[in-house]
Unconditional design. Structure first.
Length: 187
């Protein structure tokens, strides 16, 4: 994505530069920003609905983490292949325990969309396609889960939608089925 200001190109930041800015204290670790396509973008405060859905997802994924097969990262950076993005998905299931550095791959990435629907559905799929076999957007407003799978050449080739009454299972994470109606109940 080429950015311009008037007749001048804007130089995008890289993920490496932003990580160095955090290490140097220029950006705080809890600064409400996310690097997307070379630009630091503001992250909205989380709503109660967002928190409730995220808590339910964590509870659903907890057995996988407890059994030690995977680690669950919550709002932590994922280094994606484009080099100019450092998204912080609501949840990412990664293999093993990441002790040094941020992971470059995940088994499943999940975003909970309340106010971030446009970015989560239009920008982030192409970012995550190079890092994860599956990406979910839990769309609280539309009361569904958008499911992106089968990445090829930096894009997901399959997109599906699960609604109330559907149960979903990730392709690369051994979990029990997730009931979409229960996930979105009361939010």
């Amino acid at each position: 994505m080429a950015l311009t200001d008037g007749d001048r190109d804007v130089r995008p930041l890289t993920a490496e530069e932003v990580l160095r800015m955090v290490d140097a204290g220029i950006l705080g670790e809890d600064e409400p920003v996310e690097l997307l396509q070379g630009v630091l973008t503001a992250v909205s405060p989380k709503s109660p609905a967002h928190g409730m859905v995220k808590t339910r997802l964590i509870s659903w994924l907890a057995p996988v983490v407890v059994e030690g097969r995977c680690a669950l990262r919550v709002e932590e950076p994922l280094v994606v292949p484009d080099g100019t993005s450092l998204p912080e998905p609501d949840l990412a299931v990664v293999e093993g325990d990441i002790a040094t550095g941020h992971p470059h791959t995940a088994l499943l990435v999940v975003e909970v969309a309340v106010t971030s629907r446009t970015v989560d559905l239009r920008v982030k799929p192409d970012l995550y396609a190079g890092a994860a076999p599956e990406y979910w957007v839990v769309d609280v407003t539309e009361r569904c889960v958008e499911i992106f799978t089968s990445p090829r050449d930096g894009r997901y080739t399959h997109r599906g939608v699960a609604r109330a009454g559907d149960q979903i299972i990730p392709v690369a994470v051994a979990t029990p089925p997730l009931d979409v109606m229960a996930l979105l109940a009361g939010v």
